[in-house]
Design a protein around this ligand. Structure first.
Ligand SMILES: Nc1nc2c(c(=O)[nH]1)N[C@H]1C(S)=C(S)[C@@H](COP(=O)(O)O)O[C@H]1N2
Ligand SMILES: [Mo]
Length: 225
């Protein structure tokens, strides 16, 4: 035994601290940008956003109440195997947990949301989009719709979430199931999702036809038009 073992707790703590600060730097691209040590926090918050701790609710004035035994998610359009999933079918698919930040176009961001649900990638394996499919539209129980490219939908962090922080996703936040597209402003994350259509042409959704940007990248401040 070496003398170092005399104070393992302290040494362990320092080591952990160093590792976690390096991990933080790596996550924020510290070593890529070479910015000052105060920069990492700033880099996690996209331009023009402010951090909130609560979770605001935004909707069109309707929060549909969908009972689980009536809930259905259909996926169709340019796919080899269209499906209609009931609640138990959905839970039988591979389940994934993921943590992501929310960036709303109305300038609030919320860090570290822990979701559980089904990865878009696992839905793609199920329905098998045809080669002509290039765009995806989400249609919701409240009449909302939003569009993304198939490439963006197929990103590894896109989830159809039924849980948040270990509890069922609350109705006001889009339960039973909402889309979570972490790399885009939150209006792309359709709540109360009902149908996913695969298309060969783009089909701008509710906000996209009302002056919002078609893509909505928070890092480019793609807010409007
Ligand atoms: N079905 C549906 N999805 C929706 C909306 C909506 O009105 N209806 N609003 C969008 C907008 S503009 C935002 S910012 C987020 C808000 O999600 P939250 O209420 O859980 O914060 O949902 C998005 N998805
Ligand atoms: Mo929004």
């Amino acid at each position: 035994m070496s003398g170092d073992d005399y104070k393992p707790g302290l040494l362990g703590q320092i080591k952990d601290k160093l590792i976690s600060s390096k991990q933080q730097w790596a996550r924020n691209g510290r070593l890529l940008t070479g910015e000052a040590p105060s920069a990492p926090q700033a880099r996690r918050l996209p331009p023009g956003q402010r951090l909130v701790r609560d979770w605001p609710v935004l909707d069109l004035g309707v929060q549909p109440n969908i009972l689980l035994d009536k809930w259905q998610l259909s996926i169709g359009g340019l796919v080899a195997k269209p499906v209609k999933l009931g609640w138990n079918d959905f839970l039988d698919l591979p389940q994934t947990e993921a943590v992501s930040d929310i960036h709303c176009v109305t300038a609030w961001s919320r860090y570290d949301n822990r979701w559980a649900g089904v990865l878009a990638r696992d839905l793609l394996k199920l329905v098998q989009p045809r080669p002509e499919a290039k765009f995806v539209v989400f249609q919701s129980y409240d009449g909302y719709a939003t569009n993304v490219t198939l490439e963006h939908f197929a990103a590894p962090d896109v989830l159809l979430a039924h849980s948040w922080e270990g509890d069922p996703l609350r109705r006001e936040h889009g339960g039973p199931v909402r889309v979570v597209m972490p790399r885009w402003y939150f209006w792309k994350s359709a709540k109360w999702v009902k149908h996913i259509a695969f298309l060969d042409r783009d089909a701008p959704g509710y906000w996209e036809v009302r002056g919002y940007h078609n893509e909505g990248d928070p890092w480019k401040e793609d807010r409007y038009g």
